[in-house]
Design a protein around this ligand. Structure first.
Ligand SMILES: *[C@@H]1O[C@H](CO)[C@@H](O)[C@H](O)[C@H]1NC(C)=O
Ligand SMILES: *[C@@H]1O[C@H](CO)[C@@H](O)[C@H](O)[C@H]1NC(C)=O
Length: 315
């Protein structure tokens, strides 16, 4: 072929590829997100590349033309779904039973948090977690104070992070995703006590898409392929983390010490498919978020549409 023809060919091939690459918005910081880069590296065989961009489900709401998929906790999914009913939750990457760490010298049981100062992250799954945990022991929202704090991913934790603050006595307790709680417990040493209740709250870190992307035949094929690759990844994460050196992979992705990754691994359930309990869980959470965000509740029938098993059913 003449070189200009070759160039033209390359140009159109590239154009085609950029137009069909899967674009995924996700936080790149948290342990929960790591099955995605693992899936892309080891298993994904779509028609083109899959790229991870820092972001989340809000990108599907604001920019559905440029994003096909997103990963986030159910909290952010529900906040977006309230105003963008084209979003669908199509896969559960990870369920995490968050923990509260408290100073044992001030708190010996969960209900002792009444009247205490609790660190968390406002408007996030961690704030819902604190609310659900305290509600589960009859402590109302106005019976304790929360303050927004920063996480720490690796020791030494800076003085403005929650693990350092609990150690210095500025917080009585805090609750958020890992590994900050683990690092808080390590900072307190023998004075640490932790609380966890999967029924009251577990983060449902999910993969989302839009009806726009799912109704596009070519795009949908790649989405199904990506979920297939994720499902293979979850099998490795759940069943062979040591054998396949997953702690090391995760450590490298998010900058958490390998030993710390290993010690919080059990709190992460690599789920995939969800069960019938999820709908009741998100109906309850949406009621709480609606109140917090001063909006109306999303009807249960609409939330049933939000949970879309059709991609899983195609695997
Ligand atoms: C966990 O939370 C559930 C739901 O709020 C509650 O019914 C149950 O008593 C709690 N379990 C413990 C051990 O506190
Ligand atoms: C997903 O992976 C699990 C193994 O972890 C397997 O049992 C299940 O059949 C897979 N699901 C699909 C739909 O392929």
């Amino acid at each position: 072929m003449h070189s200009s023809v070759v160039n033209l060919f390359v140009f159109f091939t590239l154009l085609l590829q950029t137009s069909i690459a899967l674009r995924i918005a996700t936080s790149l910081q948290w342990i929960e997100h790591t099955p995605q880069p693992y899936a892309i590296k080891n298993f994904y065989k779509g028609s083109s590349t899959a790229t991870l961009t820092s972001g989340g489900v809000a990108n599907l709401g604001s920019d559905p033309k440029n994003f096909d998929l997103a990963a986030n906790a159910e909290t952010q999914g529900l906040k977006q779904y309230a105003n963008h009913r084209n979003i669908r939750l199509i896969y559960v990457i990870c369920e995490v039973a968050y923990r509260i760490v408290a100073d044992k010298r001030k708190v010996t049981k969960l209900s002792d948090l009444k009247g205490k100062k609790i660190g968390t992250i406002q408007s996030s799954s961690a704030a819902v977690f604190i609310h659900n945990m305290l509600t589960s022991v009859g402590v109302a929202d106005n019976e304790y104070t929360t303050t927004s704090g920063k996480v720490c991913m690796k020791e030494p934790c800076a003085s403005d992070t929650m693990p350092a603050q609990i150690k210095a006595g500025g917080l009585d307790a805090f609750g958020v995703w890992e590994p900050a709680v683990e690092l808080g417990a390590r900072a307190l040493g023998a004075n640490a006590i932790t609380f966890q209740n999967r029924t009251a709250y577990r983060e449902v870190y999910a993969l989302y898409s839009t009806t726009d992307a799912l109704n596009n035949v070519a795009k949908r094929k790649d989405i199904v392929e990506f979920v297939r690759a994720l499902n293979k990844t979850l099998d490795v994460f759940a069943n062979q983390p040591k054998e396949k050196d997953v702690f090391n992979f995760v450590s490298g992705q998010v900058g958490v010490d390998e030993k710390v990754v290993e010690s919080v691994w059990e709190d992460h359930k690599w789920s995939g498919r969800w069960d019938d309990e999820l709908i009741d869980f998100i109906v309850e959470e949406d009621k709480y978020l609606a109140k917090e965000d001063k909006r109306s509740v999303v009807p249960r029938a609409e939330l049933e549409k939000f949970l879309d098993t059709s991609v899983l059913d195609e695997l």
